[in-house]
Every structure is written in structure tokens, then in C-alpha cells.
Ligand binder design. Structure first.
Ligand code: FAD
Length: 257
């Protein structure tokens, strides 16, 4: 159920240059309930205008982190929400609502394989899906391939977590795709180029595959068209584009007369 609540910052850490991981607890003490893949909206005021921005929930709902709202925020120079997040100290509260969204695994899916594709902070929904992915591999025999695009190894958010998850869960393959610089010592599953360059190697197949695309809107559009060309039907390609809403009219400076 969608709710409005305050989130209190418990801790935060840099994940990569310009990307910070935040751990929030609800200020009312309630555990946050969500389906992995959903997002929250953060509400704030800037220059007298009410704004909101969306952030995927990154929380792996197991152990101490269950009930928290974790998110990875990519800082955009001059960004309104960026300014809010950069100024947050532990114990500070922000106004939020949620959970929202249908970028989730569907119970009724009977496919053999999921292709999970992301760039940047778009990988966070898949982190939140860890418990579900583990369960589906064990109980349904489904397989997962995560293709994660980053410019360089320092930008591979949660890279070691995904590597460890892949090691522990045969049935989950992890392919980092480096578009600018590879690792000094490349690993067997590393690839060079953009995520869409790797699709041919995966041989997408309408008979077995459902794809999820999350992150940069250009990547989502490009990969969507590529997957369609491989024959995947549109309902089997689920998308979440990370875009900012257009500025509200009141925030647009009047044209001088
Ligand atoms: C469903 C959904 C989930 C999202 N989840 C996340 C998430 O988990 N993590 C996350 O970091 N973001 C996420 N986003 C994007 C997020 O909501 C904001 O758009 C982003 O944080 C920028 O907000 P801002 O207020 O700081 O910048 P704005 O004030 O909105 O933008 C400032 C300027 O930067 C440009 N800009 C905006 N975003 C980018 C960008 N990514 N790269 C380059 N230029 C940009 C704008 O066009 C504008 O010119 C999500 C968006 C959606 C719709």
C-alpha cells in the first residue's frame, strides 16, 4: 500500500565517484514494505516550489537491513535533489512516499531465463531482488543473467556483491560491461563495450526470455529496440527509465518582455 512517511538517515557511504549509498529508516519506526524493483519518491521544496524525485529501493530485505529504505543516488551537477542529498547528515529526515512501480518479478512468469540489464544506479532494483532471485533459482529452476554497464571498474556499483551472489548462486550469471576502461586484471565474465553490444552473445529467445531494462533512458531505448529485433515481444521487455520530471511551470523563469 502506498504511504507517506519521513525517512531518517541512518548512514551513508560513497559507492563510486558521484554516487552515494543511503540507508534510511522510517522515522515512525515502521518497517518499509515493498516489492523488490519498486521505488520511493522524495518530496522537497526548492525556491518555494514543491518537487519530487524517484529512487529505486536498493534494500536487500534480509537480516539487519530488512525494513530499511536504501538507495543509491547519482549526483547530477546543479540537480535539485542532488543538492538535498549532498547536504544530508546522519539523523536528518526527508519526506517520502511509496512504494510505487511495477518493475518487479511477476509471480505468473513461467519463463526459463531473465535478462537483467542496467547502467549506473539502474542496477539497484536487481540488488533488492536477491532473495527472490535465489528463491526462483531454487524452486523454479529459472536462470538469471545480469548485464551491468559501467564506464570503468570504479563505477561498477555493488560489483563485489553481485560477483559474490553469482558465486553463491549457480543460475545467476554476472557480466560487467566496461565501456571505457577494463579492469587491470580482467575477470572471465567481464566484457568490453556497451550493454547492448553483449545481447547477441546472450542469444535472446522469445521462447525462454523475459528482459528487464533499467537506468539511462538512451540505453533503455537502444536495448529495447535490440531485444525487439531479436524477436522478444514487447510484454516480455520491462522497462524503468531514470528521468527527472519536467520543471513545474512556476519554476520556469518568465520570459522577459
Ligand atoms: C522510477 C525512477 C527511479 C529512479 N531511481 C533512481 C535511483 O535509484 N538513483 C538515481 O540516482 N536516480 C534515480 N532516478 C532519477 C532521479 O529521480 C532524478 O531524476 C535524479 O536523481 C536527478 O535529480 P536532481 O533533482 O538531482 O536533478 P534535476 O534537478 O532533475 O536535473 C538537473 C539537470 O541535470 C539533468 N539530469 C537529470 N538526471 C540526469 C542524469 N542521470 N544524468 C545527467 N544529467 C541528468 C537534467 O536534465 C537537468 O538539466 C529515478 C527516476 C525514476 C523515474
Amino acid at each position: 500500500m502506498t504511504d507517506h512517511f519521513e525517512l531518517k538517515l541512518v548512514s551513508s557511504r560513497m559507492l563510486a565517484p558521484g554516487v552515494r549509498h543511503y540507508r534510511f529508516a522510517r522515522a515512525d519506526g515502521q518497517p518499509q514494505v515493498f516489492i523488490p524493483g519498486q521505488f520511493v519518491q522524495v518530496h522537497f521544496e526548492r525556491d518555494g516550489v514543491q518537487l519530487k524525485r524517484s529512487y529505486s529501493i536498493a534494500t536487500v530485505s534480509e537480516g539487519d537491513d530488512a525494513g530499511l529504505v536504501e538507495m543509491a543516488v547519482s549526483f547530477v551537477p546543479g540537480g535539485a535533489a542532488t543538492n538535498l542529498f549532498e547536504g544530508l547528515a546522519e539523523g536528518d529526515c526527508i519526506d517520502a512516499s511509496g512504494p510505487y512501480g511495477r518493475f518487479v518479478l511477476h509471480d505468473a512468469d513461467a519463463n526459463g531465463r531473465y535478462l537483467l540489464i542496467a547502467t549506473g544506479t539502474g542496477v539497484t532494483p536487481y540488488r533488492a531482488m536477491f532473495p527472490q532471485i535465489r528463491q526462483r533459482i531454487a524452486e523454479r529452476g529459472q536462470r538469471f543473467v545480469l548485464v551491468f554497464g559501467a564506464r570503468s571498474p570504479t563505477e561498477l556499483l555493488y560489483g563485489e556483491e553481485f560477483e559474490a551472489f553469482a558465486q553463491a548462486n549457480p543460475g545467476f550469471d554476472f557480466h560487467p560491461c566496461f565501456s571505457r576502461s577494463p579492469r587491470d586484471e580482467p575477470r572471465p565474465n567481464d566484457r568490453r563495450g556497451y550493454v547492448q553490444d553483449m545481447l547477441a552473445e546472450l542469444a535472446p529467445d522469445a521462447a525462454t526470455d523475459i528482459a528487464y531494462l533499467c537506468g539511462n533512458p538512451n540505453m533503455v531505448d537502444t536495448a529495447f529496440n535490440a531485444l525487439k529485433a531479436f524477436g522478444l515481444p514487447i510484454p516480455a521487455i520491462r522497462r524503468e527509465k531514470y528521468i527527472s520530471p519536467p520543471a513545474p511551470r512556476a519554476a520556469i523563469a518568465p520570459i522577459p518582455t
